[in-house]
Ligand binder design. Structure first.
Ligand code: ZN
Ligand code: ZN
Length: 332
């Protein structure tokens, strides 16, 4: 029996439309998830010009399981939605790079009607995360994209508690990165364009806070940031930020940009700077991130909107205007 549900889809003009979707019945390894919450992310802004169901920071409960599935609930849905399970990348856990059956929101073709701005989603269990009881669903949603994105440097590199971690930008990603770095025990330094975010940054765990004007001052400390997590939608002027980087520093661009990465090569050689780009986490790493967030009470700061056309348009407008504090969450 086909499954019908309501979905919010993009269109070439960018207008978001509510549609009834008819999806084939469950395969043996799939589940039907009733969505309860979904975050709103900058990637949705990129995807709204395609005729696909939108959303990739979802939380829901399993309503129906395929013949070979043992259910668990509630579940988290991120931007990696599947994979063949058999190729080398899938066996390593990096389903994002699946060779034969990639299924990533905003990157590959795949099930175009499967996303989280919808009443339901049909998904294989291979990439479903288990949401800890301690994290309410409205807070778990943003952890499924923003959370797992800022977790990447901690999960996959050699950041140590005694290192200085710089966070560039306080938005949907940055406000979570500050909390993770702080709870990891790192010395957390926040760089922001806005003085108005100083108090919030300190509350989230920042040890130091610098504005763009501070960077130009004579007494601005130099050469002290071991790892710089870039969470702004655009890359900064690297001539300005080069001075704060330590020798052998790492830069992690964490947002999606189609711009070129521009840094003078000689200045990179002077300090042996490494640009480390990370995109894919394993589902084990996602579950570890959720467990860490649960234990350390790391929560996104959210603004809730109803999951209706009006609610979605209001949330997307606020996000585009740079006024979201700090992550929009759609509630069914
Ligand atoms: Zn996202
Ligand atoms: Zn695969």
């Amino acid at each position: 029996m086909p499954i019908t549900y309501t979905a919010f889809k993009g269109s070439p003009s960018g207008t978001i439309q509510e549609e009834t979707v008819c999806h084939r019945d469950l395969q043996h390894d799939e589940v039907l998830v009733r969505i309860t919450h979904s975050g709103v992310c900058g990637t949705d802004e990129h995807t709204r010009h395609t005729h696909r169901t939108l959303g990739h920071e979802g939380v829901g409960v399993i309503e129906k399981v395929g013949s070979e599935v043992v259910g668990f609930a509630p579940v988290g849905i991120g931007y990696v939605r599947g994979g063949c399970g058999a190729c080398k990348e899938c066996r390593l856990g990096y389903n994002f790079y699946c060779v034969t059956k990639p299924n990533n929101y905003g990157f590959d073709k795949g099930d175009e009607d499967v996303a989280t701005w919808a009443s339901h989603a049909v998904l294989p269990t291979i990439r479903l995360a288990k949401i800890p009881d301690a994290i309410p669903s409205e807070y778990a949603g943003p952890l499924m994209c923003a959370g797992q994105t800022v977790w990447l440097p901690f999960a996959r590199t050699d950041i140590r508690p005694w290192h200085t971690v710089g966070i560039l930008g306080i938005g949907g990603l940055g406000h979570l990165a500050i909390q993770f770095a702080s709870k990891m025990g790192c010395n957390v330094v926040v760089f922001s364009g806005s003085e108005s975010k100083r108090a919030e940054a300190k509350k989230l765990g920042a040890n130091k806070f610098y504005t763009a004007e501070d960077l130009e001052k004579e007494d601005m400390p130099k050469g002290f940031v071991d790892h710089l997590l870039v969470t702004t939608s655009q890359m900064p002027d690297w001539k300005v930020y080069h001075s704060v980087l330590a020798n052998r520093a790492y830069i992690y661009p964490l947002t999606i940009s189609t711009d070129d990465f521009k840094m003078n090569q000689f200045s990179m050689i002077q300090k042996e700077i490494t640009v480390r780009v990370l995109c894919a986490s394993t589902i084990v790493q996602v579950n570890e991130m959720l467990g860490f967030a649960a234990r350390h009470e790391i929560r996104p700061i959210i603004e809730e909107f109803p999951m209706t056309l009006e609610g979605i348009n209001e949330a997307m407008g606020k996000l585009a205007a740079g006024k979201m504090r700090y992550r929009g969450v759609l509630k069914v």
